[in-house]
Ligand binder design. Structure first.
Ligand code: URA
Length: 199
């Protein structure tokens, strides 16, 4: 979509925070411009910074497997991160970096208008489930401005802590049911915020 390409061009020129000094490539995001589901991770890692694409390393391979478990390919969803440049040494994003990058994510959400936002890990969770803890909120959904927000652990968590893998796999399997339960199409957002069932 031409407008998304324009946005990527703008993001590639961004120098709003110090990560512009050390990045190799910006990693705006990728996927279907009309995706129903948008996955939001944390930040690009080494491989993403090299390739300019999100989730292309080991965590990305697991994300692909999770998508396949619900019959989806990454080309059918939209995948991006809360910040678009790699923090040095893969450290956590700083609050000022998240703030500086906020406008790009907002514009992506506006353009893609997904029915569902899936947060991957605590950094993106913090925006849509403020004050929540990932251990309690993962696998649950809320409705925000007519959009389903669903929290999941970051796929990389399963690589560090194998015992989380079945939990992450089970959470992913809830997504089709939540979309079916919501029932609205992309063109008919529900105006009133309501809590969706938590399973
Ligand atoms: N982890 C993330 O949060 N995002 C990526 O793109 C890759 C790894």
């Amino acid at each position: 979509m031409a407008i998304l390409a324009d946005l990527y061009r703008e993001i590639s020129l961004c120098r709003d925070c110090e990560l512009a000094e050390c990045r190799n490539m910006v990693v705006p995001g990728e996927g279907a411009a009309d995706a129903e589901i948008m996955f939001i991770g944390e930040a690009p890692g080494f491989h993403e910074d090299q390739q300019g694409r999100p989730f292309v390393g080991a965590a990305g391979q697991f994300l692909d497997d999770l998508l396949h478990s619900i019959g989806l390919d990454r080309s059918e969803v939209y995948i991006c991160n809360i910040i678009k440049c790699r923090p040095p040494g893969n450290r956590d994003p700083l609050p000022r970096e998240v703030d500086a990058c906020r406008r790009w994510l907002e514009r992506q959400i506006e353009l893609i208008a997904p029915r569902m936002i899936v947060t991957l890990g605590r950094h993106s969770m913090a925006r849509y489930f403020p004050g929540a803890s990932i251990s309690k909120v993962h696998g649950t959904a809320r409705n925000l401005d007519g959009r389903i927000c669903f929290a999941m652990h970051h796929p990389a968590a399963a690589l560090h802590q194998g015992s989380l893998r079945p939990t992450i796999e089970a959470d992913m399997l809830k997504i089709p049911g939540l979309l079916a339960q919501d029932g609205h199409t992309k063109t008919e957002p529900e105006p009133e915020a309501k809590q969706l069932s938590m399973f």
